[in-house]
Design a binder for this molecule. Structure first.
Ligand SMILES: [Zn+2]
Length: 225
């Protein structure tokens, strides 16, 4: 797992240089987040007793997925005669590429960027993550989501957009911080295993889906000038 909230924050940071086209920045932020939805496949395989190998950082972290998304949203734009879908697709492709790059540089794992052709790229091959660091990195998912919600709130205040959503975003931010503290304490006390780890995984996936939904609902804030 890579801290998805951090990917989202990096996505929002592209507002500084992205051209101002409707849904382009929204696509970029969601593209920075979406590759980690492959954890849903991992969860499904785990629950059904299937093989989890080769599910994470493969099919959603590939340059071919980027091309497929560009084509898909180009077709959707043409079919619906809505140019904004094309903007979205371009942003989404850029976002996925950024996600792959960030994963390669600041994460301690490999990424199969040419999936399904194979050939994992790993800048960290000789590095083993110690258990204590792993706990901080994994529970740090909640911390990063909380910070992402705070960023949305601060943009929303600054630009006076999605004002009605500030309250619920704040509640979500605090919930994420509480989860971070609880699971960090729990994992340091009794290890990141068993039922606690399963619950952690479920709450992580829930947080990811909620964060993407909030991004869509606050798209005016994300794209505010
Ligand atoms: Zn990733």
């Amino acid at each position: 797992m890579s801290q998805n909230g951090l990917h989202a924050i990096i996505g929002v940071a592209t507002r500084k240089w992205m051209p101002h086209k409707e849904w382009l920045l929204l696509g970029a932020v969601l593209g920075n987040m979406a590759p980690d939805l492959d954890n849903l496949a991992v969860a499904y395989a785990t629950l059904t007793g299937g093989d989890t190998h080769g599910l994470h950082r493969t099919f959603t972290h590939s340059v071919f997925t980027v091309i497929a998304m560009l084509v898909l949203f180009y077709v959707v734009a043409a079919a619906t005669r809505n140019q904004r879908w094309n903007n979205f697709g371009i942003g989404f492709g850029i976002g996925i590429l950024m996600h792959i790059l960030v994963d390669l540089i600041i994460w301690f794992n490999g990424v199969e960027i040419f999936w399904p052709l194979g050939g994992e790229v790993n800048f960290w091959a000789g590095f083993t993550v110690p258990a204590w660091l792993n706990i901080i990195l994994e529970t740090g998912e909640f911390l990063a989501f909380g910070l992402y919600f705070l960023l949305l709130i601060s943009l929303s205040r600054k630009h006076n957009t999605d004002v009605a959503r500030q309250g619920s975003a704040k509640t979500l931010a605090y919930a994420e911080f509480v989860l971070f503290v609880i699971f960090a304490a729990l994992f340091f006390a009794s290890g990141a295993t068993g039922l606690a780890y399963t619950i952690f995984g479920a709450l992580y996936l829930l947080s990811l889906i909620i964060a993407m939904a909030v991004t869509i609902k606050m798209k005016q804030t994300v794209e505010s000038l």
